[in-house]
Design a protein around this ligand. Structure first.
Ligand SMILES: [Mg+2]
Ligand SMILES: [Zn+2]
Length: 219
């Protein structure tokens, strides 16, 4: 078996969702309407999230980075999990609907940045501008923003055993493409109801345990 891992960031590596936390802390009124529109699928993720960040002054950049560093909280066992994948030679990619400017400072010492697929934020205008370098390929018409299934199709080989780790609805399209899913929260419920092969997790010690079991079964 040749495993390859695609791991979500917000709510999976971190304890909770950083975009929501940033908006609660920094955004003026109006962001919740956009959030609700996205959740109810009235507007696309890229439109909704792009508009949320356009409510924020670019001058807030350093304050936002510091806020995320202070509050995000990395789930227990993540560093050990990254070491484990390196030793076992398992390719590990972070695929996130979050933004480079708050993800990279948290992962800098742990993972090289070319393993991280996410959106880009620009601070050279009055308001923060988001760009979406990983839009949907011709096999996805979900308008994902950062399209996880498209990234999986681009990176993985046919003979690789694709493992998705995630927590939310934004991981569901990726989970459908996976050979096995390691899930918590909403994604765990969805995997149960849709009968996608999966196991639940809370910490990355659980994830390592599940991976070791998988590798024994498939060896
Ligand atoms: Mg998430
Ligand atoms: Zn897509």
């Amino acid at each position: 078996m040749k495993p390859i891992i695609f791991c979500d960031f917000d709510g999976t590596i971190t304890n909770s969702d950083n975009i929501i936390a940033i908006m609660k802390k920094f955004a003026p009124l109006g962001w919740e309407e956009l959030k609700d529109g996205v959740l109810q699928q009235k507007i696309s993720i890229s439109t909704g999230v792009g508009k949320m960040f356009s409510l924020l002054d670019s001058s807030l950049k350093d304050d936002i980075i510091q806020f995320v560093k202070d509050t995000a909280g990395i789930r227990p066992g993540f560093n050990e999990f990254v070491d484990f994948t390196k030793q076992a030679n398992i390719p590990l990619y972070i695929v996130s609907g979050g933004m480079d400017f708050f993800i990279e400072p948290l992962l800098n010492d742990i993972l090289p940045s070319d393993c991280v697929y996410c959106n880009r934020a620009y601070f050279n205008q009055e308001k923060i501008l988001i760009e979406w370098p990983h839009t949907c390929d011709n096999q996805c018409n979900n308008d994902c923003g950062c399209c996880k299934p498209s990234i999986m199709r681009e990176i993985s080989e046919a003979d690789e055993y694709k493992i998705v780790i995630g927590d939310s609805v934004t991981d569901f399209e990726a989970a459908k493409q996976a050979d096995f899913v390691i899930a918590r929260d909403i994604l765990l419920e969805r995997c149960r109801t849709e009968e996608i092969p999966h196991q639940g997790f809370e910490t990355f010690y659980d994830v390592m345990h599940i991976l070791k079991q998988q590798m024994e079964v498939k060896a």
